[in-house]
Design a protein around this ligand. Structure first.
Ligand SMILES: [Zn+2]
Length: 140
């Protein structure tokens, strides 16, 4: 099935991230001054305002911080409603907004905050692989 949702277009600034997803890696920006990882990619560290940034390969693992069930969407996303969007606490630090797969949006009480999650990648076109996350171990 063709991917019919909006496809991000990398800038030179975000290209390391998209090169990573194409190769099944979750690349994350890290400040070499305070050593903290931040998400999303910026030109300046949001914690200490240093511009000394590098890219590191993340583990692709984290915990479910919070989620919402989406009942309205446009374009290609409309075909997926209801679906779950979530904030993931990355093991390396900071949070990523994502679509959470492998959970039942019709039964949100079954979705556990704190669940261990792992990133996966969906090919959108020849160059872009979109990250999404999946629960691998339910939280208490
Ligand atoms: Zn910093």
């Amino acid at each position: 099935m063709a991917y019919d949702k909006p496809i991000p277009r990398p800038s030179p600034h975000t290209m390391p991230f998209w090169e990573g997803t194409k190769n099944g890696k979750l690349m994350l920006p890290r400040c070499t001054h305070c050593n903290r990882v931040h998400w999303y990619p910026r030109h300046i560290c949001p914690f200490c305002h240093s511009t000394a940034l590098e890219w590191i390969e993340g583990s692709g693992e984290g915990r479910l911080h919070t989620f919402a069930v989406q009942h309205r969407a446009f374009g290609g996303w409309a075909e997926e409603i209801p679906f779950v969007t979530a904030y993931i606490d990355l093991d390396e630090g900071d949070r990523m907004l994502t679509v959470l797969r492998g959970v039942d949006p019709e039964n949100p009480e079954s979705i556990r905050i704190g669940s261990r999650v792992k990133v996966e990648f969906e090919q959108a076109d020849n160059d872009i692989h979109i990250p999404f996350w999946r629960v691998v171990e339910e939280g208490a």
